[in-house]
Ligand binder design. Structure first.
Ligand SMILES: Cc1ncc(COP(=O)(O)O)c(C=O)c1O
Length: 395
């Protein structure tokens, strides 16, 4: 089955008892047993639940992996993976421009357990090669990165990791399985904040880990999922599953809206810089053409995230954030509605200012999550917000 068909039909045949077309919400914490220790696949919802199993099955199929595990949040997935796979003395190499919460987890929580983490600019392969040590257990990748939308070369980096028997985990939240397929390059694990494009409606928090084909790795993750308990409740699983059905259709529209806005923003006199992988001006546009887009149509869609720098500094950026009406000032991304945020003050406040400055998260940087509204309305909304900066400057 193709992507959109898989999203709607995989593991989702009508339910047997009454023929419900849509997967029921098995809103129960526990399950009756026929005899002590004898039960029908499920004994307790932390360990497993039929609604969650459907979500996990579809996610595995959409990523092209064998197993998927659902979590209560993306960070629930991340912390469970960390506890499952690493021990004191291990070393991780991570991209330097990753989601602020992941950076916080690595530096403020996980480092306490004796795991060493190096953050490197993954745009340059030799930075990764130089950081590899005998204790390196994993290369942790995010592409496109948050918030600077840098791309990492999945093919080259995963091949290098495989040569050295190092695990790779790709956070595929920004692209979603519709626009990027890390298992095609041999990644071992894919991580998602399903809160974002997969859920797609800003009404549920969730996460997932998907395993390509290593059964021992999958069993370890499943054991820790069940033992740690950062699992999604049945309703959260159901909401995520409902969102997931339209992922492909939404991603097409997010991408075409974002491409239109990025091209327009590039010509706008209030803007210093526009970062969007679909623009030829993006320093890694050639890699984006190769790596991003639906299977069989690479280079045709680049997602809904745009990062820009307004002319001026924090004051001008704050003006824009205050003035937009359709773009809601809020953290998060990937929902049907457009959001605007200021990484230095909001999502990446936990990254030290000197680190932010070094990697380019400047005070005039704004991140847009472009929704699926009518693009002309979104453009008009941004335009009136930029006009407000001009007026302030003129006063
Ligand atoms: C790329 C990325 N990974 C992981 C996370 C963490 O996900 P959650 O907020 O669902 O815990 C986020 C959240 O913004 C994210 O943007």
């Amino acid at each position: 089955m193709n992507f959109n068909t898989t999203a709607i039909h995989s593991h989702q045949a009508p339910e047997k008892e009454f023929g419900a077309v849509i997967t029921p919400i098995y809103q129960t914490s526990t399950f009756a047993q026929q005899d002590a220790g004898v039960f029908n696949g499920y004994d307790y919802t932390r360990a497993g639940n039929p609604t969650r199993s459907v979500l996990e099955g579809v996610l595995a199929d959409l990523e092209g992996g064998k197993w998927a595990y659902g979590f209560a949040s993306g960070m629930g997935a991340m912390s469970t993976m960390a506890l499952a796979l690493f021990k004191p003395g291990d070393h991780i190499i991570s991209g330097d421009d990753i989601y602020g919460g992941t950076f916080r987890f690595f530096t403020k929580i996980f480092a306490k357990y004796g795991v060493d983490i190096d953050f490197v600019d993954m745009a340059n392969l030799s930075n990764i090669e130089d950081a590899i040590r005998p204790e390196t257990k994993m290369i942790y990748l995010e592409s496109p990165t948050n918030p600077l939308l840098k791309l990492v070369d999945l093919d080259a980096i995963i091949a290098m990791a495989q040569r050295k028997s190092i695990l790779t985990c790709v956070d595929n939240t920004f692209a979603s399985p519709y626009l990027q397929q890390p298992f095609d390059y041999g990644a071992d694990i894919i991580l998602h904040s399903t809160t974002k494009y997969i859920g797609g409606h800003s009404d549920v928090i969730g996460g997932a880990l998907v395993v390509r084909d290593d059964e021992a790795l999958a069993n370890t993750i499943q054991f820790h999922q069940m033992s740690i308990g950062a699992t999604p409740d049945p309703f959260a699983s159901w909401l995520t599953l409902r969102g997931l059905k339209t992922l492909g259709v939404r991603m097409d529209r997010h991408s075409s809206n974002a491409m239109h806005l990025a091209q327009w923003l590039e010509q706008h006199d209030a803007i210093e810089d526009v970062i969007y992988p679909g623009l030829p001006s993006h320093p890694q546009h050639d890699l984006a053409k190769k790596q991003m887009g639906p299977r069989g149509a690479k280079g045709s869609a680049y997602g809904g995230m745009i990062t820009l720098r307004v002319k001026g500094g924090e004051a001008e950026a704050r003006q824009v954030l205050k003035q937009t009406k359709l773009f809601t000032l809020a953290e998060s991304l990937g929902g049907i509605e457009s959001l605007i945020e200021h990484p230095a003050i909001m999502t990446h406040a936990s990254v030290d200012k000197n680190v932010r400055d070094a990697i380019g998260i400047t005070d005039n940087l704004i991140r847009l999550s472009v929704g699926i509204e009518e693009v002309a309305d979104l453009q008009a909304d941004l335009d009136q917000a930029f006009a407000a900066i001009r007026q302030t400057a003129a006063c």
